[in-house]
Write a protein that binds this ligand. Structure first.
Ligand SMILES: Nc1ncnc2c1ncn2[C@@H]1O[C@H](COP(=O)(O)OP(=O)(O)O)[C@@H](O)[C@H]1O
Ligand SMILES: [Mg+2]
Length: 269
């Protein structure tokens, strides 16, 4: 695979992304964030006192053992879930006290999600899957068509526009999911183990697309257990037992877990 850093540095950023990057503008700021799940009298502290800043144009990898809170973190970043405590500022706006419809509206406009299991809708075509989030925006059908086509071209899936997900390979489905995430021109792309269900060739193809988007100025936060892919990012955030820890502590805790024969990292299912 290509050396991410040299590629990223070689690529000139354009317009607003370049201006924002030059100023280290925060897109996301979490302060003292925690999440507790209450189920059947069991309390799970999925996140504890998490602080995190992601600047515009940054590419962040999130690593950690299975069950450490990575998906919970991404769900909160993507406004799919709410924290139990703490502050979340997205694009200079506090999103803590928003109503559910306001959260949905911001999610639709600012966030593009890519999941391990693609999450395409089986009885919609490729075109319709990518179009769906745009239909919630009151956009004209011709504007939607232009956007969908452009997004599908970016992932090289325009020729399959009329196919259904079941007629595509896993790698192709994930590329459509990337197009769906891109179609709305989001402020951030959140990817949760996007290569987890793909063989290495298709995994690399998806990673190359993310790479290219980052070079074009996209802000990306990606959960991955694959160190090769984590090294594509500008920075890795290590999550352990719901806390963000430094690289040395992550290494120590990982070695300790291995010694105790505890916990594997998430693997493809
Ligand atoms: N909806 C939920 N209800 C109850 N517990 C949950 C829920 N989602 C996640 N958890 C628990 O929170 C912890 C963190 O989960 P998760 O964020 O999915 O970890 P990861 O993505 O790192 O594997 C786990 O102990 C998990 O069982
Ligand atoms: Mg997860």
């Amino acid at each position: 695979m290509m050396d991410s850093r040299s590629v990223a540095n070689a690529a000139p950023l354009v317009g607003k992304a370049a201006a924002d990057n030059a100023r280290d503008v925060a897109l996301i700021e979490l302060v003292g964030l925690s999440k507790v799940f209450y189920t059947d009298e069991v309390e799970t502290h999925a996140l504890a006192d998490v602080g995190l800043r992601i600047n515009k144009g940054e590419y962040i990898a999130v690593e950690g053992p299975s069950g450490s809170g990575k998906s919970t973190l991404l769900s909160i970043l993507g406004l799919l879930d709410t924290p139990t405590a703490g502050q979340y500022t997205l694009n200079s706006h506090s999103v803590d006290k928003l109503s559910a419809p306001e959260r949905a509206r911001i999610r639709n406009r600012e966030v593009g999600f890519i999941f391990q299991s693609f999450n395409l809708i089986g009885d919609l075509t490729v075109f319709e899957n990518v179009e769906l989030p745009l239909t919630y925006r009151g956009m004209s059908s011709s504007d939607r068509k232009t956007r969908v086509q452009a997004a599908l071209e970016r992932v090289d899936m325009a020729p399959r526009m009329k196919h259904y997900p079941s007629q595509l390979s896993g790698g192709q489905q994930q590329r459509v999911a990337v197009a769906r995430a891109l179609g709305g021109d989001p402020a951030i792309l959140l990817a949760d183990e996007p290569t987890g269900n793909l063989d290495s060739r298709n995994g690399e193809a998806v990673m190359d697309i993310l790479h290219e988007l980052h070079r074009g100025g996209a802000t990306i936060c990606m959960v991955t257990h694959d160190p090769r892919y984590a090294s594509c990012a500008d920075r890795t955030v290590h999550v352990f037992d719901g806390r963000i820890v430094g690289p040395e502590e992550a290494k120590r805790l990982t070695e300790n877990d291995a010694k105790l024969g505890r916990r594997g990292f998430d693997t493809a299912r």
